[in-house]
Design a protein around this ligand. Structure first.
Ligand SMILES: C[S@@+](CC[C@H](N)C(=O)[O-])C[C@H]1O[C@@H](n2cnc3c(N)ncnc32)[C@H](O)[C@@H]1O
Length: 320
């Protein structure tokens, strides 16, 4: 799974919301952390799990700006992650270190050394039993364990569930196959004469009609999801920018579309599997006791439109 995340983080995103969030988290996904971060004491060690390019470590740094509290945040991730040059260069009392290729199931920290264990949309992708045990091992007595994690009925999950249903339709795959077929049927297209030739070609017209039928089917199936997934944009690009490309370049582009669609399906299946419904949450919390954790707070986070965004959970390591 870490390959597609590595590719994603290499594009320089700060959060897992891609272009939908140009900077770091805002709103409730930021403010929920403020009281926790402002409770950090001098000399603290905080660990952020599934950190990506360090969105939460950067929020810790921001929230302690101007205070005398010094400490270290170590973000760990299975994927290749890094801070941007600008974030690296920034002087601060909060030292940030991101460790790539590290798993939450086996952390590179000594027992009883961590004051704060956090994760935002990261922990739930891991083996949660092993990660919980490991969190308890590294936390100090009274150390804090705080997670924001995917809710099975959030707007994020619902939107992505619809996109997955759409791209799993056989018609989505047929559409890409039709692009390959029409590439071969059209042959070299380099002038308006070629366009006139293609329009007269029965096979090309047949495939074009099939492409239109498939697009119509997908849009009728779920118009919003069709807009949200990139497939329609790729098809439009193929006919708009790509019509005069050489055959080999068209075929390369089609291979690229296939790869994008496969990665999208993989990513969305992982996301849906990672999300927590009430039953999964109940089971998770039932393991706190054996891991020496006491639940302090559990709530559903909502946005300004009152839509569900995520679960928030906070616990404390018991004093042995
Ligand atoms: C949805 S991203 C969240 C990134 C970041 N916390 C954010 O909110 O923007 C999930 C991250 O968890 C990482 N991840 C998945 N399983 C992991 C594991 N077992 N240990 C550490 N990181 C993991 C992935 O590589 C990915 O970068």
């Amino acid at each position: 799974m870490n390959n597609h995340w590595s590719e994603y983080w290499q594009q320089g995103h700060t959060t897992s919301f891609g272009d939908a969030l140009s900077g770091n988290y805002e709103g409730i996904l930021k403010s929920i952390w403020q009281p926790i971060f402002s409770g950090l004491q001098d000399g603290f060690l905080a660990v952020d799990i599934g950190t990506g390019n360090g969105s939460l470590p950067l929020l810790i740094r921001e929230s302690l700006e101007g205070s005398d509290i010094k400490g270290e945040v170590v973000g760990i991730d299975l994927a290749e992650v890094k801070l941007t040059e600008k974030n690296l260069a920034e002087q601060s009392n909060t030292a940030i270190k991101l460790l790539s290729n590290e798993a939450s199931e086996s952390l590179p920290f000594a027992t009883g050394t961590v004051d704060l264990y956090t994760s935002q949309f990261g922990f739930e992708y891991s083996d949660i039993d092993l990660s919980l045990k490991e969190a308890s091992r590294v936390l100090k007595d009274n150390g804090q364990f705080s997670l924001v994690f995917h809710h099975a009925n959030s707007m994020i999950i619902n939107r992505n569930r619809k996109i997955l249903r759409l791209v799993e339709q056989p018609e989505a795959e047929q559409l890409v196959t039709c692009l390959s077929d029409i590439t071969v049927a059209m042959g070299k297209v380099s002038s308006p004469n070629d366009i006139a030739r293609i329009k007269q070609d029965l096979n090309c017209e047949k495939i074009r009609a099939q492409i239109n039928r498939l697009i119509k089917h997908l849009v009728l199936f779920d118009e919003k999801a069709a807009q949200d997934c990139q497939l329609m944009m790729f098809v439009a690009q193929f006919f708009k920018d790509g019509l005069f490309w050489p055959v080999a370049k068209k075929q390369q582009f089609i291979e690229f579309i296939k790869l994008q669609m496969d990665t999208l399906k993989l990513r969305l299946r992982e996301l849906l599997n990672a999300s927590f419904d009430e039953a999964k949450l109940g089971q998770f919390i039932s393991r706190f006791n054996q891991n020496l954790l006491s639940l302090i707070e559990l709530k559903v986070l909502k946005n300004e439109q009152n839509e569900v965004l995520a679960w928030y959970l906070s616990a404390q390591k018991n004093n042995e």
